[in-house]
Design a protein around this ligand. Structure first.
Ligand SMILES: Cc1ncc(COP(=O)(O)O)c(C=O)c1O
Length: 467
């Protein structure tokens, strides 16, 4: 086996995305079950926001691989292939026999993997005749990625950014504006959703649910020329992110190794599926095993403590109901620094995969995540995003469980950089992080409400069958 990592450019360019729906058609079927009896709560009469091309990508079980359009490939080529390197110094520091590799998605203008889908979506929307994309963003990675992608294809871009993050991370709004995007602190006075939210939230702390609600409302009102674009969770977004795993499979082969564990953090699931699904396919083809490991925060433990239920995707109930691992849509996670992991649910496809034991999950405390981020920065010279630091902490746990032979191979996806998250690292260094313990009463109430709704659904279905 080669000990040193190859330079990134040694790996030939990836020209296809890995359509995991083709590999798991049963889980696709399961993830699209439509609960008619929920029609009263959400997703009713939502103007279809996606072009047919993207809808097809979210529902295609026929093709194993989806060609990446040449225009998208051309922009990918400005920052891909991304680095895959062995973390020798981290291994030494941990005193483990495990070989640890990392794939780094933070070295692009948006600072995260979000750009992989932003570019693809901007291209498909443009092809469908859309002139303006509108979105909601939490900590700003998705918003900056979409602004840059829109600029590349001559689209207008409007971003609603969660108020507290807007003020804490002024660099993000600057990047959006640098690429000609418009950005608004959410809640804003521009939409009814925002005005209503401001009455409850006069300090304009905001939440992703409200920012998303504002973006959907504006897109709906603008009708034909504008559309709402989503940064994670949708199957087509997960598909676009498989460029990460397709590249990594080849890079690991170049290095003469194959991971026993592929570890990524879990928000709604795009970087996790992106790096992981191509390895599940490769493992099957090679007749070997690989375990995908999702790292979620203790603050928002939807996989390790949630339930597999039909639920709504946002608090305001503007998006359709899906079956997913969830803590209930009324759950609000404590304000941890990994804002991208505070989402109460998980993508429908990944939820089906998890329900059938297709991967494992670990809940990571914020202090352990940021501690692992500091260790990683010290050893490898990259300050990871707090989200990505959860994956590092989970990998460190696995490496410590395998200190001795047989040596295991662990691949970590570092989904973004943490250069705008230094306040969190500083708090971690000073030992003054606020508690990340979720509100137990809120979990009980939120999950209880979601379970009760599902029990109603089951009763209604049973009554239908009986009639
Ligand atoms: C750097 C980073 N990693 C991970 C995530 C989580 O998203 P996903 O689960 O879609 O990868 C986010 C979301 O904002 C993010 O910004």
């Amino acid at each position: 086996m080669n000990e040193m990592a190859f330079p990134a450019a040694a790996t030939p360019r990836v020209t296809t995305w890995c359509n995991f729906l083709h590999d798991f058609p049963d889980y696709y079927e399961e993830s699209t079950l439509a609960p008619d009896h929920f029609a009263d709560v959400a997703g009713v009469n939502v103007l279809p926001q996606q072009p047919l091309s993207l809808m097809k990508q979210s529902n295609d079980t026929t093709r194993a691989d989806v060609a990446i359009p040449p225009e998208v490939q051309a922009i990918y080529a400005t920052y891909r292939p991304t680095l895959l390197r062995r973390a020798h110094r981290l291994e030494e520091r941990l005193g483990t026999s495990a070989r640890i590799y990392y794939k780094y998605e933070g070295a692009n203008v948006s600072g995260s993997h979000k750009l992989n889908s932003a570019i693809a979506q901007a291209w498909y929307y443009k092809k469908a005749g859309v002139k303006h994309l509108i979105t909601g963003t939490g900590a700003g990675q998705w918003g900056t990625a979409l602004a840059y992608a829109c600029k590349q294809f001559g689209l207008r871009c409007t971003v609603f950014m969660v108020g507290i993050s807007y003020r804490q991370k002024p660099q993000r709004p600057t990047i959006v504006e640098l690429f000609g995007g418009e950005i608004h602190e959410s809640p804003s006075a521009l939409t009814k959703t925002g005005r209503d939210a401001m009455k409850r939230d006069p300090d304009r702390i905001g939440s992703l649910a409200v920012a998303t609600g504002e973006a959907i409302e504006m897109a709906r009102e603008m009708k034909d020329s504008a559309r709402f674009a989503v940064g994670s969770g949708e199957t087509c977004v997960l598909l676009h992110q498989t460029v990460i795993g397709n590249e990594a499979v080849r890079q690991m082969a170049d290095l003469g190794d194959f991971p026993d564990y592929v570890v990524a953090c879990m928000g709604a699931g795009s970087n996790f599926a992106g790096v992981g699904m191509p390895f599940l396919r490769a493992a099957k083809a090679m007749g070997r095993k690989t375990e995908l490991v999702a790292a979620e925060p203790v603050a928002c433990p939807k996989l390790t403590r949630g339930d597999y239920l039909f639920d709504i995707n946002d608090f305001s109930g503007t998006t359709p109901v899906t079956r997913m691992y969830t803590l209930g849509s009324r759950f609000l996670a404590p304000g941890i620094h990994a804002g991208g992991l505070r989402y109460h649910g998980t993508s429908a496809f990944l939820s089906a995969l998890y329900a059938h034991k297709g991967f494992s999950a670990r809940a990571i405390a914020q202090s352990d995540a940021l501690g692992a981020g500091i260790l990683f920065a010290d050893c490898e010279g990259i300050i990871p995003a707090p989200e990505s630091a959860h994956a590092i902490a989970a990998a460190v746990e696995i490496a410590r469980e395998h200190r001795t032979a047989p040596a295991r191979t662990i691949l970590i996806n570092i989904s973004g950089h943490g250069l705008f998250d230094l306040a969190g690292y500083e708090e971690a260094k000073r030992g003054v992080l606020s508690s990340d313990a979720p509100d137990e009463a809120m979990i009980a109430a939120s999950l209880g409400a979601a379970r009760a709704k599902n029990e109603d659904l089951a009763r209604a279905l049973a009554a239908d069958v009986g009639t």
